[in-house]
Design a protein around this ligand. Sequence first.
Ligand code: SF4
Length: 416
Amino acid sequence: MARYHIETYGCTSNRGESRSIESALRDAGHYRVDGPKEADVSILNSCTVVEKTERNMLRRAEELDEQTADLIVTGCMALAQSEEFQQADIDAQVLHWDDVPEAVTNGECPTPGPGTEPVLDGVVGILPIARGCMSNCSYCITKQATGRIDSPSVEENVEKARALVHAGAKELRVTGQDTGVYGWDEGERKLPELLDRICDIDGEFRVRVGMANPGGVHGIREELADVFARNEKLYDFLHAPVQSGSDEVLAEMRRQHRVDKFLDIVETFDDTLDHWTLSTDFIVGFPTETEADHEQSMALFREVRPEKVNVTRFSKRPGTDAAEMKGLGGQTKKDRSKAMSELKHEVVAEAYEELIGTTREVLVVEEGTGDSVKCRDSAYRQIIVQNADEHGLEPGDFAEVEVTSHQTVYAFGTPV
Ligand code: SF4
């Protein structure tokens, strides 16, 4: 869990994006502090309305770069003029708003806070199913706060899910640090059973399964893929963070999987489901990562072609074993992160390009900027529909849309 500082500039819509970022960070267990010096990571949500604003954004980014361990720049200037930050030699990750929460997470799992209860946010119901994990990753500070997995019963979680659906949830987000090991403390991994039971609840809604580490998923991969195949309510989306394509680095990270186990999972899902989204994470620049290790990560990336990827530049968290390792130079981390981010854009853009001209059934999940709405298709791809009022669309509606264009990490569609 990270301490973050966020600054927002510009219009109401940009402030709305910051609110979404903050709510995702809260759900993942991160907490806000009062200034950049106290923070592990600062977020600058930028604006580029006039030239003077641009100069102010660059100056503020330089200050934050000096004052804080990690800097993320997002917002309109980041998206339209990312090169300006590079030219000013500001050491920041420049990201789309939607990618900020996972970058803050820094490769660790999301952490439901103490006493976390389900939350209904618009039509989205957040359902934390368990706290803790079965791992001890060398770079993770979260584990120190949450410990070993503690799983409430399936019945208890189903009742919470039912309450969220009755309260109006149309999208249930099943979360936990590692949903794949849910039930392990009770002697049996019970995620497939839980998902089946949640999908049996009456009502029209969708379910998104949150992060599940490959180590936990591997032993239940066939059962889990079958649960996805038989339940239309489940988004065909799996977030399994691999973190590296090198077994040596995975061992130093103390991850509980090796590359071949991750590949087994991808193969099983490919064999069982027609259309699904693989979401994964890579940490680049781990202290022991050699150039050859980095190349193995790039090769794995090209092989599995994930549609949603979080590329995180390694950064030290106090009190972790990885923080004691001799780190790589900042430039090396920057170069590797740039290379992987470019590959990510190529792979993700190709996937979205293939969607153009297809018709997708979507759920409208939330309002977007201006008069637009954000929707999700059956594989949890984001599709934006403009002029929502004219089309009579609002959060909670289901619709059919034709995909007309894309902007790398999301598509645009028109109702048909
Ligand atoms: S699985 Fe690893 S990264 Fe995730 S919470 Fe457990 S120790 Fe941390």
